[in-house]
Write a protein that binds this ligand. Structure first.
Ligand SMILES: NC(=O)c1ccc[n+]([C@@H]2O[C@H](COP(=O)([O-])OP(=O)(O)OC[C@H]3O[C@@H](n4cnc5c(N)ncnc54)[C@H](OP(=O)(O)O)[C@@H]3O)[C@@H](O)[C@H]2O)c1
Length: 268
């Protein structure tokens, strides 16, 4: 990554922040994207003005996304890596949500990464990489998160289907699919389906390590943790197995969720 330039969306907190820190630790420079200017500028200041710059942007603003890679190249002189990480989830039955809210999930999680990848391609250096942060919910559908699951399954499909096209330009395509990660993304964790908590909780740094591995070792796909990826693949291929396993996993997830909520209440 030495002196390479990465554009990271959702870079002001959680996984994106860990990825940005990791890239700078490896000698790279990073263009930080998120909606909230103040947090983004604070992160840029901490990483160092010669290493990082804030590009406040809502990734659902597709016209703005078209211009973003050019702005990054103008600032840093080159563009090597794109990490499509910003995402949103509105949980619960779809009937609870307005059409606009459901569409926001698809626009932010799926349309934006596609549009940004397209906008970046012509400006990226050979040897670069486009990495998408999807989810285990994109490997096996999660009831109660139908639109989110659909967006992440679509993102995973895009990462894999676009790989040959990117390879012709010397650019690697990769996707990281995490299970639950202890970040602010849960929001009110009471809403999160117990099934999600049945899987081991990862840290943002563990997911960021997988993103960096995808970039450096040109790995196509990493699930975090690998055990959840294997279980999700088996459950996707054998839906009856998924149905048989679900009650046990939900029971385990309920216990893990209660313990997590308690830890959060106690500030742990
Ligand atoms: N945490 C998990 O359990 C988990 C599990 C699997 C996959 N993931 C995926 O991992 C990715 C990162 O999640 P995280 O856990 O790191 O969440 P997080 O800590 O809540 O961080 C989300 C980041 O994205 C930015 N963001 C959100 N909406 C945006 C938008 N429309 N335009 C630009 N930036 C936006 C946020 O900043 P602003 O609010 O200032 O814009 C923030 O920097 C997401 O794609 C998520 O789906 C998370």
């Amino acid at each position: 990554m030495k002196d390479r330039v990465a554009l990271v969306t959702g870079a002001s907190s959680g996984i994106g922040l860990s990825v940005a820190r990791g890239i700078v630790a490896l000698g790279g420079r990073v263009a930080l994207v998120a909606r909230t200017r103040s947090t983004l500028e604070e992160v840029a200041r901490k990483l160092g003005p010669d290493r990082a710059a804030a590009f406040p942007c809502d990734v659902s603003d597709l016209e703005r996304l078209e211009r973003l890679p050019g702005e990054v190249k103008a600032r840093f002189g080159r563009l090597d890596v794109l990490v499509n990480n910003a995402g949103v989830n509105h949980r619960g039955d779809m009937a609870r949500h307005s059409p606009g809210t459901l569409a926001e999930v698809i626009t932010t999680n799926l349309t934006a990464p596609i549009v940004l990848t397209r906008a970046a391609l012509d400006l990226m250096e050979r040897g670069g990489a486009v990495i998408h942060v999807a989810s285990i919910a994109g490997m096996v559908p999660v009831p109660g998160e139908a639109t989110y699951s659909a967006s992440k399954a679509g993102l995973r499909a895009f990462a894999r289907a676009s790989a040959p096209e990117l390879a012709e330009r010397g650019i690697h395509s990769g996707v990281v699919s995490p299970g639950p990660v202890d970040t602010g993304f849960f929001g009110d964790a009471a809403d999160v389906p117990p099934l999600v908590f049945s899987q081991p909780m990862s840290t943002a740094d563990e997911v960021a390590d997988a993103v960096l591995r995808c970039i450096q070792e040109r790995v196509l796909e990493i699930a975090v943790p690998a055990s959840s990826g294997r279980l999700a693949t088996a459950a996707y291929v054998f839906p009856r197995l998924a149905d048989a396993l679900r009650p046990g996993l939900e029971k385990k997830g309920k216990r893990a969720k209660q313990a997590y909520l308690l830890r959060r209440r106690e500030g742990g």
